[in-house]
Write a protein that binds this ligand. Structure first.
Ligand code: NAD
Length: 351
């Protein structure tokens, strides 16, 4: 088991990674506790030794909804939860997003423990304090920044996760290695087989390194105001365009995989990065079975729709888009690219 603490704002966030570690964390949580979990993990919850009050939901994007959030609030209120109590969000990113939001607004915030059960949840969604629900079909319109007291990544959950969920989660893992951590890149390059077989110590390393990399960035720029947290967006500008251009039929992990390839090409072609970065990025993504070209994605991409989503990006200022680009393995810089130039590159990548 690995345990460490990270200071973020005025909070100390505890992270625990290991096999079979969740039960003890739940048992030792303070005061009254609510365990919110998805129907798909009902069997696990039934076997759990715990005195928590349980609340089952159907997960997926549909649970990221203000009405579902209010149902949880209603339930907690009926059970007399107050600010000294604890909410445990157990599940994938959709559960941690909605429950994190509820925990942040219920009585102005109570103790939150996040227990991610998907690889994407463990390496990304549960980390960093962003939460939210969707509104009128637009993702994460309503949400807050709210750090959990504990993140507990129990790798036992990965044994039931479909392989494709594992592969898709690896896209975010590879992202950290490319822009933040060259040693991690080397580790991923040497351990593909173990990682994709779910080897315990390899998975502990993958998850711990990913969490450390993300928390390190978040601790420097919790609310995305200093131009540092933007690095976590590598691959996401073109990735989001691909998702939008496919009317969200392409999975996020696959879209950012192609997105990282395109953005590495942009970096190399404009001359921000050392030669070879594109090869490093594409080799790693392919070796984990992730797509690097638009042709490898299922479903048609409407290029015009994709390009128009880039111009609506929140980071566009006076015709320029702020992007994090890799300069060499493990390093990055922030670049303001004229929208026109970016659209030209994006068109090349997406056609
Ligand atoms: N807040 C953030 O910083 C952040 C970051 C990245 C993604 N997200 C959000 O995360 C969400 C996606 O997360 P996700 O991919 O985990 O989706 P998800 O929560 O829908 O889970 C994916 C699927 O895996 C199943 N599942 C969960 N745990 C399982 C297990 N142990 N074994 C077998 N099946 C299991 C679920 O039932 C579901 O069908 C999106 O809504 C995205 O916006 C948030």
């Amino acid at each position: 088991m690995i345990e460490f603490y990270t200071g973020i704002g005025d909070k100390e966030v505890r992270t625990i990674v290991g096999k079979g570690v969740l039960e003890d964390v739940i048992l030792s949580a303070k005061e009254k506790k609510l365990l919110v979990y998805p129907t798909s993990l009902k069997e696990y919850v039934n076997k759990l030794k715990s005195d928590a009050i349980k609340y089952e939901v159907q997960d997926g994007e549909g649970v990221k909804d203000l009405n579902r959030a209010m149902e949880i609030v209603e339930f907690m209120f009926s059970k007399g939860f107050d600010r000294g109590d604890t909410v445990i969000a157990m599940g994938g990113g959709t559960i941690s997003d909605v429950v994190g939001f509820v925990a942040s607004v219920y009585m102005r915030g109570l103790n939150l423990i996040i227990a991610p059960t998907t690889l994407l949840g463990m390496v990304d969604a549960a980390i960093g304090g962003k939460n939210g629900v969707n509104f009128k079909n637009v993702k994460n319109v309503i949400g807050t920044f709210y750090q959990p007291s504990t993140i507990v990544a129990d790798i036992d959950f990965l044994s039931t996760l479909p392989r494709q969920e594992l592969t898709r989660g690896m896209a975010e893992v590879i992202k950290y290695s490319i822009v933040l951590d060259k040693d991690f890149y080397d580790f991923l390059a040497m351990n593909q087989e173990k990682i994709m077989e779910g080897d315990q110590s390899a998975m502990e390393e993958v998850i711990t390194r990913s969490i450390r990399n993300k928390l390190n960035i978040v601790s420097q720029d919790e609310r995305e105001t200093k131009g540092i947290r933007i690095v976590l967006n590598f691959g996401h500008t073109i990735g989001h365009a691909i998702e939008a251009g496919s009317s969200f039929s392409v999975h996020h992990g696959l879209a950012i995989s192609v997105g990282m390839t395109c953005e590495a090409k942009i970096s190399e072609e404009i001359g921000y990065s050392e030669e070879g970065i594109v090869e490093d990025v594409t080799w790693m993504l392919s070796s984990y079975g992730l797509p690097i070209t638009i042709d490898e994605l299922e479903g048609k991409i409407d290029v015009n729709l994709a390009l128009s989503s880039i111009s609506k990006d929140k980071k566009v200022r006076s015709g320029y888009l702020m992007m994090p680009l890799p300069t060499r393995l493990g390093q990055w810089r922030r670049v303001d690219i004229p929208l026109e130039t970016l659209n030209g590159f994006a068109k090349q990548c997406l056609s």
